[in-house]
Design a binder for this molecule. Structure first.
Ligand SMILES: [Zn+2]
Ligand SMILES: [Zn+2]
Length: 151
């Protein structure tokens, strides 16, 4: 029932908007007035990626507006890294403590390189995270929310 005038009903019936009546599947399939729906693939992809971008955009960063390039070395592609992980991952997203890190060096989970495997780098960004948090949200207490002082 790919005719653009057809609307699927229950019990193998089809509502035909051309004939303005309910017809059977076979009538529809054999119909000479049949016109196929043009499935706009491009549009579907665009819609999908818009949705995705919107989701991705939600993971913003107080540090940069450029979420496509590594904040350390400028390379792409990147992963968006939550500065405070574990139970604070959601807090990181909520308070925009997310940074873009390249998958080749600074967020390479495959070769075990980068911030997840480099305590010094992680500590450094957690410090920066707390500092920028306190600057950005002077009315909130970092330690109350993140349950730890990184400074
Ligand atoms: Zn990460
Ligand atoms: Zn990098």
């Amino acid at each position: 029932m790919n005719c653009k005038y057809s609307k699927q009903k229950l019990n193998k019936k089809v509502e035909c908007k051309k004939l303005h009546k309910i017809i059977g599947y076979n009538d529809c399939a054999n119909c000479s007035l049949k016109e196929y729906k043009v499935h706009n693939k491009v549009q579907t992809i665009v819609q999908k990626s818009n949705k995705l971008t919107k989701l991705e955009r939600n993971r913003e960063s107080l540090f940069t507006n450029d979420m496509e390039h590594c904040i350390i070395c400028g390379k792409s592609p990147v992963n968006k890294h939550e500065i405070f992980g574990g139970r604070n991952r959601i807090n990181s997203i909520k308070y925009k403590l997310v940074i873009p890190l390249c998958v080749c060096n600074h967020h390479n989970q495959i070769k075990c390189k980068g911030i997840h495997f480099d305590k010094k780098l992680r500590d450094e960004w957690q410090k920066k995270g707390q500092v920028i948090f306190e600057e950005t949200y002077p009315d909130l207490k970092f330690v109350d929310i993140f349950k730890k002082n990184y400074l």
